[in-house]
Design a protein. Sequence first.
Length: 226
Amino acid sequence: YQRRVRGFQTFQHKAVVSTQSTGQTFQHKAVVSTQSTGSFKLFNTSSQYIGFQGQDGMFALFSAIDKQIVKCVSHRTRINCSVFVDEHHFVTGGQGGFLTYWDTRTWKPISDFQDEGALHCTAVGLSDRHLAVGSDSGVVNIYNRDDLLRSCSAKPLRAVMNLTTSVGNVTFNSTGELLAVSSKELKQSLRLVNLHSLHCVPNWPTGKTPLNYVNSVNFSPNSGYI
């Protein structure tokens, strides 16, 4: 029978797939969990947790070992994006531009802030030094991670305004020196940001780069390819 896939992740030599209509989640051919009302989007995995975005701001974490639910937390609005920081922290973002920095040891937020100028957060990514937040207007704000932990009114280091439609991906390379931002709503909507200068790379992509619509983007481990 047909299912619409909401998320797909690999971890520990396994693949985890979540579906839209029933909220079922599969590891290979085995059902790990079922949510009968609403759908879940698999957002990320770590060595300890598998995280899912649910409806009405619900966020569920399952054990990566036995696939049993560990905890559900509630974001203040509907969640559009989320990412693991490390084994003990993750970030959720969504409607209204609100983002929450969570601690899995206490299951409480350690920082709650609003993305500057954003109506809704649509994508979030992080490196060792920076947190990047994309919005439905096409703006990508780049923050210093330490600033966000010190203050709930931290200002972005730079607002990248080279996209004009809703941001779908914000992805750092392995060294945190490059940031790829993209939108799937308009052709050729991909930009690379140099994190040293906080400016977009001027000579790529060009008008002749055959990008078409960019649905997803990532870097190779050594950043030689994108």
